[in-house]
Design a protein around this ligand. Sequence first.
Ligand SMILES: [Zn+2]
Length: 149
Amino acid sequence: MSREAFLPCFKCGKALQNAFIESDNQPSEGTEFRTQGHYGSTFWDSFDGEDLVLNVCDRCLREHSDRLGQQKVFLPIRCAGMTGFGHVEVNRFMVAYTGNEDKDSVSVDIEDLGDSEAVGVTYDCARVRWVGDIAERKAELLKEYADES
Ligand SMILES: [Zn+2]
């Protein structure tokens, strides 16, 4: 742990400061990338649970955004105007980087919080991931909305 991130920018070599001093590698004005590798790589394809890690500074990402892609992999679950309840996994096509986030989300009624089948059937998705305390959050929202009526 130090003020400086464990790794410099992979592209330009610039040292990066940690966003939080207690972090090992949480670059400020940069992003950490991790992979366990891919079939086809002759450099890194770990089967032992070991990540290859690199940082790229925001300036290098911006300068070479024509080399980036983006892909929506989950839709946040929205309820009562809020997110943070979990997400629904999706596998959309990767596209060239646009800089615009896909704001698509899944809206559920309070009664359906924690009910993967209800959400999965509605959105034809098999994998719904709820936060660990979804039952407590649902109970709080039900109480809050019951108190308002
Ligand atoms: Zn850089």
